[in-house]
Design a protein around this ligand. Structure first.
Ligand SMILES: *[C@@H]1O[C@H](CO)[C@@H](O)[C@H](O)[C@H]1NC(C)=O
Ligand SMILES: *[C@@H]1O[C@H](CO)[C@@H](O)[C@H](O)[C@H]1NC(C)=O
Ligand SMILES: *[C@@H]1O[C@H](CO)[C@@H](O)[C@H](O)[C@H]1NC(C)=O
Ligand SMILES: *[C@@H]1O[C@H](CO)[C@@H](O)[C@H](O)[C@H]1NC(C)=O
Length: 466
């Protein structure tokens, strides 16, 4: 999603018109209020109980994340939530943050907001179903941003909170030992959570609630995995035949005019812009999402919450110059502009709000984050939105920053990959679909967001004035 945005931003910033080669997920620009199929399910089919123990707030809490800008934004908010008793931060190595840089970057940010003592565990090196990663260049840029913060003395370099246990081991340990059920927020590919559940499936019984950022569930056309994201500077590599980062050179490795090469164009020969029906956190580890759903299948209703891609699209159109720009564009370009408006709106709010933060260190950090956002388009707020939605649910305010829930849905995550697709046919891989026979718990999907409320809630919390 962020890379789509980045593309738009750089196109505009450079005064280059949006090229028409990237479309809007193969759909037209109509609002995504498409006809949706509902399949509801009776609540409370499971009999899990937590021995009637008196467990009240704050809830033991594990935050599993992929150390991106938006994860950092989530952290700035979560650090002040009175609902959470921080037990661990686990880092996904197969998302945006690099395996080595992500953990220390988040350690530094955690230290800035007073969470320097929370144990941080590094994740396994690979997705459980490697097919695509964020292009290495983007991942390195995130590290470079944090390194600038270190050099500038804004953040302290530290690895003191990083433990020897793997992310999965730490999750198992906490869930096993915690006297009270644990809240988990996962804002990445969910690999660590899947590995933990695989290691000890019984830990599912000690989950108070799990909140996941991802999927293109519920609203057709909200796929955000695009073909252009498979390349960077014309170099292919983020979706390769073996799923790893196999190529990071400066010229394209593939001679498209017919010479045999290690990789096919697009994603294993599939144009994800035209045929994708997924979202990056799911796409990066479809098996992990599939496993998490399966291992949690006995959890009763109101335990698993997923913020789907559509909820992150709901932004007001406020920038007149963008309107004007949009008017000159084709239908396809308008799709991109809708996302661009989102970025600009967020970025402007961001800088304005950041300037009013009381704490000087935080103010500089947040302002620099905003600059990185504007320069790279990568500091998107999807994870921060998921964090706020979780916090509101824990506070009994389910209807809030999430303004439309599809509740108790029985859904499956498709592992099926199809390469030979006709026009308009979607590749099932990574799609989440209604399925009465799903090997999954009833899940509440958030499909729409209230932006007004997001700003009302997010900034005062970050600034400690709320
Ligand atoms: C690409 O392949 C064509 C033959 O199909 C060849 O003529 C051309 O030199 C190749 N280009 C590069 C850069 O290797
Ligand atoms: C999907 O998001 C759009 C805004 O981007 C919103 O208008 C629509 O109502 C949402 N769909 C659902 C089912 O909530
Ligand atoms: C793709 O499917 C079509 C039929 O829909 C078939 O004719 C064609 O041979 C297939 N291509 C490959 C590479 O399997
Ligand atoms: C969005 O939030 C604002 C501010 O909290 C509230 O006034 C408004 O009613 C909400 N809108 C919806 C659709 O829930």
């Amino acid at each position: 999603m962020g890379r789509f945005v980045q593309f738009l931003w750089s196109s505009l910033a450079c005064g280059v018109a949006c090229v028409a080669s990237e479309d809007c997920a193969g759909a037209d620009c109509s609002d995504a209020s498409a006809v949706l199929q509902h399949k509801t399910k009776a609540k409370g089919r499971s009999t899990h109980s937590h021995s009637g123990r008196e467990c009240s707030k704050p809830y033991p809490f594990i935050w599993d994340n992929d150390a991106n800008y938006d994860d950092t934004l989530a952290l700035l908010y979560l650090a002040h939530s009175e609902n959470l008793d921080w037990k661990a931060i686990t880092i996904e190595s197969d998302g945006m943050g690099t395996p080595h840089g992500g953990p220390t970057n988040i350690a530094a940010a955690a230290s800035l907001v007073g969470l320097g003592d929370v144990p941080i565990a590094m994740g396994g090196l690979s997705s459980l179903s490697p097919i695509a990663t964020m292009p290495l260049q983007w991942r390195l840029e995130t590290d470079e941003f944090f390194e600038r913060m270190f050099r500038g003395g804004i953040l302290d370099e530290t690895d003191s909170a990083i433990v020897d246990l793997t992310a999965a081991q730490l999750i198992v340990k906490i869930l096993t030992e915690s006297a009270c059920p644990v809240v988990i927020l996962t804002t990445g590919p969910a690999t660590n959570v899947a590995e933990a559940l695989d290691m000890d499936p019984s830990i599912a019984g000690n989950i108070h609630g799990i909140y996941m950022m991802g999927s293109a569930y519920g609203v057709p056309g909200t796929n955000n995995v695009y073909d252009w994201q498979m390349t960077y500077n014309g170099v292919k590599g983020s979706c390769t035949e073996d799923g790893g980062q196999t190529y990071t050179g400066l010229s394209p490795p593939l001679n498209r005019s017919g010479v045999v090469s290690a990789i096919r164009p697009e994603c294993r020969g599939v144009d994800m812009t035209a045929h994708g029906d997924t979202e990056w956190n799911v796409f990066m580890d479809v098996r992990a999402w599939h496993m998490v759903y399966g291992f949690l299948k006995d959890l009763p209703a109101d335990h698993v919450y997923v913020l789907a891609a559509n909820a992150t699209l709901n932004m007001p159109v406020t920038l007149e110059e963008m309107e004007e720009y949009a008017a000159r564009r084709s239908m396809q370009a308008k799709c991109k502009l809708r996302v661009l408006r989102v970025v600009l709106h967020v970025a402007i709010q961001f800088q304005r709000q950041a300037a009013t933060l009381a704490d000087p260190g935080l103010r500089i950090f947040v302002t620099e984050l905003a600059k990185a956002f504007l320069a790279a388009g990568e500091a998107k707020w999807w994870d921060a939105q998921c964090a706020v939605v979780m916090d509101q649910v824990l506070s009994g305010l389910k209807q809030g920053v999430c303004s439309n829930w599809f509740e108790d849905k029985l859904t499956s995550v498709s592992l099926v990959w199809r390469s030979n697709l006709t026009d308009g046919e979607l590749n099932p891989y990574g799609s989440v679909y209604d399925d009465a026979d799903a090997h999954a718990p009833p899940i509440d999907y958030c499909l729409d967001g209230n932006v007004t409320q997001m700003w009302e809630v997010y900034w005062p919390m970050v600034n400690q004035t709320g």
